[in-house]
Structure formats: structure tokens, C-alpha cells
Design a protein around this ligand. Structure first.
Ligand SMILES: NC(=O)c1ccc[n+]([C@@H]2O[C@H](COP(=O)([O-])OP(=O)(O)OC[C@H]3O[C@@H](n4cnc5c(N)ncnc54)[C@H](O)[C@@H]3O)[C@@H](O)[C@H]2O)c1
Length: 249
């Protein structure tokens, strides 16, 4: 293993499952010390920390709702005690499938609070620590932010706003902090819910990609390792798409 993140301290929000978990494990494998947040499921988070520590890695789990400012300020004060933040992945997110005509103001507030307010709060606190020093910030967006999708307009809008935050932060915090986005296509996680997905829907997801398949979390975490590592020093304000070719900007 190349250990290209050795000596770095990384934060990953929503790291106890799915894409976030794969990023936590990949960062640890590359030598980083990783703090990840979880929203619920204390035992699951503790089991991840134990297995990483048993294998000689450095990892910490902290409970935090990304939409809650008090939780986020507390998270970052705990992080400050661990060390100086080098890498942050804003990964936590939720999705709603609903016709626009049935979407309530409460649906809007719930989704935007997690996906957009949460990313804003975590991003601001991370940038406060990295500004003028150095750092890598990676925002997890979605290929749907480019294409839009019927019945997913709130989700698509939240991810489109994340793309705009990514580009604006890249400009505001250059040259010290490099800020990039990862916009995955369909990836096998709880969010996609393959277990309950109809055969027709699965075929539609696969057919929308050039590679004709759904991706794996590790195919996203490898991009996060690259963006956090020494090879990505000339990349900022970019949105990279591990999407099997679903979008070719
Ligand atoms: N799976 C896909 O097909 C896909 C495609 C494109 C983008 N994404 C994005 O990837 C990211 C990870 O999603 P995933 O696919 O691993 O799904 P997932 O549902 O397995 O993971 C989402 C994570 O976010 C956390 N989370 C949700 N609400 C939270 C809150 N209020 N506070 C703190 N944490 C919260 C969850 O606990 C979980 O750890 C999301 O931002 C998602 O939008 C996923």
C-alpha cells in the first residue's frame, strides 16, 4: 500500500455506511487518521472503529446530525482536540422521491436541511480551520445535479447548489484549500435500495450508464483518495464523475 495519506487527519460525514464508509476505509488504508460522523447506530459505528483499530488504523466516530449547528460546533471542537484537519469529505445526504405536485414545504426543509444546510455548516467549520493553511475539501454531489430527474427535483436541486458551493469555495479559499466535488452515478448503497428496486428500474439505472452497470462504493472512494492525495495538487473547483459514463460534461 502506498500510504499516500500518511500523517493526515481526515473528517468524513456520514461515514458508517455506503459511500462514506468506503471512503473512511480507503483513507485509513492510505495511512490517514480518520474521524467519521454517524447520525444513529452507535453500535455499528463502534464496530467499524474497533475493526479499524484492531488492524492498526487510527479512527474515531462522533455522533452528529449535520443539519444541527450545535452538533457541528461540538463535532469540530472534539476534532480540534484530536489534531489539525487536513482533509474533509462532506458526504452525508438524504433523498426523497416524490412528484413535485405532492412535495410539501416540510419535505423541502427536511431535505435541504441535511443536504445543503448540513454541507454549509460542516464546510464552513472545516474551511475556518484550513483557510490560510492548507487542506482538501471534497463535496459529494450527484450526476443527477447535471441531468435532473423526474420525481427527484429537490434532491437534484440540493446537489446543484452543492456544485455551486464547491466552485465558489474553490475560488474563495485558493490557493491554500483545494475544493472539489465527486458526482457519482448509481452506486450500490442503502440510498439506491437495490433490494426493493424493481427489475425495470434497475435496468433503467444500468442503461443510463455507458458501462451498463451500477457502481460500487469503492469506485467512488478511490476518487476521494486521489482528490485528497499528492496527485491532485492542480485540481480545484472540479466535479469528477465516477458514473460509468452516465454524464459526459
Ligand atoms: N448511492 C448513490 O447512487 C449515490 C449517487 C450519487 C450521490 N450519492 C451521494 O453519496 C452520499 C452518500 O450516500 P450513500 O449512497 O452512501 O447513501 P447512504 O444512505 O448509505 O448514506 C448516507 C449517509 O448520510 C448519513 N446522514 C443522513 N442524514 C444525516 C444527518 N442529518 N446527519 C448526519 N448524517 C446523516 C447517513 O447516516 C448515512 O451514513 C450522499 O450525499 C448521496 O447523495 C449517492
Amino acid at each position: 500500500m502506498s500510504q499516500q495519506l500518511a500523517g493526515k487527519l481526515a473528517l468524513v460525514t456520514g461515514g458508517s455506511r455506503g459511500i462514506g464508509r468506503a471512503i473512511v476505509e480507503s483513507f485509513v488504508a492510505e495511512g490517514a487518521e480518520v474521524v467519521f460522523t454517524y447520525r444513529s447506530g452507535k453500535d455499528e459505528a463502534a464496530a467499524i472503529v474497533s475493526s479499524i483499530q484492531a488492524a492498526g488504523g487510527k479512527c474515531h466516530a462522533i455522533k452528529a446530525d449535520v443539519s444541527n449547528e450545535t452538533d457541528i460546533l461540538h463535532l469540530f471542537s472534539q476534532l480540534d482536540e484530536i489534531g489539525s484537519l487536513d482533509i474533509q469529505v462532506n458526504n452525508a445526504g438524504v433523498i426523497i422521491e416524490k412528484s413535485m405536485l405532492d412535495t410539501s414545504a416540510e419535505d423541502f426543509d427536511w431535505l435541504m436541511n441535511v443536504n445543503l444546510r448540513g454541507l454549509f455548516l460542516c464546510g464552513r467549520e472545516g474551511l475556518r480551520r484550513m483557510a490560510g493553511r492548507s487542506g482538501r475539501m471534497i463535496n459529494i454531489t450527484s450526476d443527477l445535479s447535471f441531468t435532473g430527474r423526474e420525481r427527484f427535483s429537490l434532491y437534484c436541486a440540493s446537489k446543484g447548489a452543492i456544485n455551486a458551493l464547491t466552485r465558489s469555495w474553490a475560488r474563495e479559499f485558493a490557493p491554500h484549500v483545494l475544493v472539489n466535488g465527486i458526482a457519482p452515478g448509481p452506486i450500490e448503497t442503502d440510498m439506491l435500495d437495490l433490494e426493493h428496486m424493481s427489475a425495470e428500474w434497475r435496468m433503467m439505472e444500468e442503461e443510463l450508464t455507458v458501462l451498463k452497470r451500477i457502481g460500487k462504493p469503492e469506485e467512488v472512494s478511490s476518487v476521494a483518495v486521489f482528490l485528497a492525495g499528492p496527485g491532485a495538487g492542480y485540481l480545484t473547483g472540479q466535479i469528477i464523475g465516477p458514473n460509468g459514463g452516465s454524464v459526459m460534461p
